[in-house]
Design a protein around this ligand. Structure first.
Ligand SMILES: Nc1nc2c(ncn2[C@@H]2O[C@H](COP(=O)(O)OP(=O)(O)OP(=O)(O)O)[C@@H](O)[C@H]2O)c(=O)[nH]1
Ligand SMILES: [Mg+2]
Length: 283
């Protein structure tokens, strides 16, 4: 195991993440996050930084903080996720086949991953500032059975995908693969991996698909609230190593999110605004 912990830090058992259970829902906006103490704020916005502190100094940090906007840039990007009269954010339509997908010119990003990994929950958190928007999540795997399109004004579209694996629709391969291969407006594919268990066999199939199709994709580690920091940092380093040694099209640094605690959500909003060409200023 390559991960070497900074031992004194590892002995500290409490993570700032654990302390954030309280009032997590109120952290949906940067305005609320900015009211937190600096340490907590950083922990919510940049969860990777918490993990980085656990590593010994000699660990290679080349692929840490690759997308590193300022708090101001993240706050500014949030405007795309805030609806207004001129900027309507809502569910648009669903499709089960590529020839049923809507003709939209605006840039698109999609969320793929195993059933139950937290795709719909993540989209729900990203849209937490949109009153009344309906994004269905469920404890039952295989809940999302169609490609669900959410329009974010004229700026971009988010697509929630059915999961693969347990009880997934049989035509998942055909539906999702065809979409990824043919969708011209697709700017980024987010491949969700359960951060509490790491990469599974089924995830490798999705990685293989993305690699074969030669598309740019990003791994997101979900449900980070479920793991102790020492376990999470091990998973994180393993996934980073995996990306480095086994992939070509994958962004070198996984994103970390907890849809429950809003960790990593604000940064991801900024990244989405960035890759869809709506927030080009990020350093
Ligand atoms: N603790 C925790 N639970 C989560 C998180 N995200 C999702 N979950 C739970 O995981 C379960 C599955 O979430 P969904 O968002 O419906 O998963 P999905 O990937 O859309 O699943 P399918 O639609 O079946 O492909 C639900 O019980 C969620 O409450 C998280 O960040 N933390
Ligand atoms: Mg779903």
């Amino acid at each position: 195991m390559r991960t070497v912990f900074a031992s004194s830090r590892l002995l500290r058992t409490s993570s700032p993440l654990w302390q954030l259970r309280r009032n997590a829902a109120s952290l949906a906006s940067m305005q609320e996050v900015m009211k937190l103490q600096e340490k907590k704020r950083s922990s919510v916005v940049f969860p990777v930084r918490d993990l980085e502190k656990l590593l010994s100094p000699d660990i290679d940090r080349t692929n840490f903080g690759l997308f590193d906007p300022t708090m101001e840039e993240i706050t500014e990007a949030e405007r795309w996720f805030r609806p207004s009269g001129k900027h309507v954010i809502d569910y648009f339509t669903s499709a089960v086949r590529i020839d049923h997908t809507p003709e939209l010119q605006q840039p698109e990003v999609c969320f793929i991953g195993r059933s139950n990994v937290g795709k719909s929950s993540l989209i729900k958190s990203l849209f937490a500032l949109v009153p009344g928007i309906e994004v269905r999540v469920s404890k039952t795997p295989g809940h999302t059975k169609k490609m669900n399109f959410f329009k974010v004004g004229k700026a971009f579209t988010l697509v929630d995908m059915p999961g693969y694996g347990y009880k997934a629709p049989e035509d998942f391969g055909e539906m999702v693969e065809a979409y990824i291969q043919e969708r011209r407006s697709l700017k980024r594919t987010f491949l969700l991996v359960d951060g509490s268990i790491g990469i599974q066999k089924a995830d490798l199939i999705a990685v293989e698909m993305c690699e074969e199709l030669g598309i740019p994709y990003v791994i997101i580690m979900t449900k980070i609230d479920r793991s102790r920091p020492a376990v999470l940092v091990t998973q994180f380093m393993q996934i980073q190593d995996f990306i480095k040694s086994q992939t070509l099209g994958c962004f070198p640094e996984p994103f970390l999110v907890s849809s429950l605690h809003f960790s990593g959500i604000h940064l991801l909003r900024c990244f989405i605004a960035h890759v869809t060409g709506n927030h080009p200023k990020v350093s």
